[in-house]
Design a protein around this ligand. Structure first.
Ligand SMILES: C[S@@+](CC[C@H](N)C(=O)[O-])C[C@H]1O[C@@H](n2cnc3c(N)ncnc32)[C@H](O)[C@@H]1O
Length: 343
């Protein structure tokens, strides 16, 4: 069994651990913190790398509890005293020669490693013919990651995400978050799914790439975004239908016709403040509850959850909040609501 650690979007520990249990062989949880889970599994590194709902995953080589002041220094000292880094790392290294660097992070912020410590740590791997240090563009990273709670680990990072700030359009959700939204909506092959505020299409694209479905209906009020999504989906299945519409008036949809709505409606402060977001939410809920079938699910990412909760009070009896998850999206507080339309 290998010990892994995966980071994820804070607030979604319950969804992530359920998904890990379903995705991995012999999943044995060791520790769950907000945004970090440590677990043992017989699944391979490649299987853990392929998990679409985690931010970063690591093979854990050594772990620590009760780290006090200066955790990176304490973990470095322990690594140097142990002297077994090369042996611990060997099973997880690629066959070809590769380069590496040490990275330290505390409470999700990078921390610098003093030059002397770095040199001593690199000496631990100097005898390894397959590894050479490269501080600027290495093939692999060895992390000394610590958390405010006093937990830390030394781990080989096994995922390499693209720098999202360079690749995502403005307002586009990260694929991990879209995947988690889809999981919360209990995906099934029989689903007719709707995202009526699709923007650049991050949610519908993740839904069709990662899960089976019957039909994916998606659209936006913005003609440019709709055109962009049509171009992106040209090579994909015919089961994806893209429209330009006002999500507050989905008159082409029959009542009770949609199994799942998974969406990210306007947060109310993009470009210019929304004139009356409360009124917008009420009209949106009315339309969603009309098109959703009885027992259908609505999963929404909302930027102003308190206002949204107030609006939901007008629909008492017509909807049931199954769960609210408070999350952080690009450093901003937001909430995911899982709502059922009662039969
Ligand atoms: C928060 S963004 C969605 C971003 C999307 N999840 C993504 O990853 O790109 C909200 C979207 O709702 C669209 N929108 C605003 N008002 C709308 C309306 N009345 N009907 C349909 N779409 C609307 C906006 O054009 C914007 O693309």
């Amino acid at each position: 069994m290998t010990t892994y650690a995966s980071t994820f979007i804070p607030g979604l520990g319950e969804v992530v651990t359920t998904a890990l249990k379903q995705s991995l062989e012999e999943y044995k949880p060791q520790l769950l913190l907000d945004g970090l889970v440590v677990y043992r599994s017989t699944s391979s590194m490649e299987e853990v790398q392929a998990l679409r709902f985690c931010n970063n995953s690591f093979v854990c080589l050594m772990s620590f509890d009760g780290l006090g002041q200066n955790p990176a220094a304490r973990m470095s000292r322990a690594l140097l005293a142990d002297g077994q880094l090369s042996r611990r790392l060997a099973p997880f290294l690629p066959r070809k020669k590769s380069s590496y660097r040490f990275v330290a992070s505390h409470a999700n912020q990078f921390v610098s490693i003093p030059q002397r410590t770095r040199t001593s740590l690199e000496r631990l791997l100097a005898g390894n013919q397959r590894l050479r240090p490269n501080h600027s563009n290495p093939d692999a990273e060895l992390w000394l990651l610590s958390r405010r709670e006093g937990f830390g680990f030394v781990g080989l990072r096994i995922t390499q995400h693209t720098a999202y700030e360079k690749t995502l359009a403005q307002g586009e959700l990260r694929p991990e978050l879209c995947h988690l939204l889809c999981l919360i909506a209990e995906p099934s092959a029989a689903d007719l799914v709707l995202d009526p505020f699709c923007g650049s299409g991050a949610i519908p694209l993740e839904r069709v790439r990662a899960f089976p479905y019957r039909t994916m209906l998606t659209g936006d009020i913005d003609a440019k975004l709709v055109k962009g999504l049509r171009a992106k989906t040209r090579q994909l299945s015919r089961k994806i239908v893209i429209g330009r519409w006002d999500a507050l008036d989905l008159h082409t949809f029959a009542p009770d016709s949609v199994d799942k709505i998974i969406t990210d409606p306007p947060w109310g402060f993009y470009r210019k403040p929304h004139a009356d977001l409360g009124q917008f939410h009420r009209r949106m809920l009315q339309e969603f509850l009309r098109v959703l079938r009885p027992n259908g699910l609505l999963v929404l990412l909302v930027g102003q959850p308190e206002l949204f909760e107030t609006c939901m009070r007008d629909f008492a009896g017509a909807l049931r909040v199954v769960k609210r998850y408070d999350v952080l999206v690009s450093g901003k507080k937001a909430s995911i609501f899982k709502i059922e339309k009662p039969a």
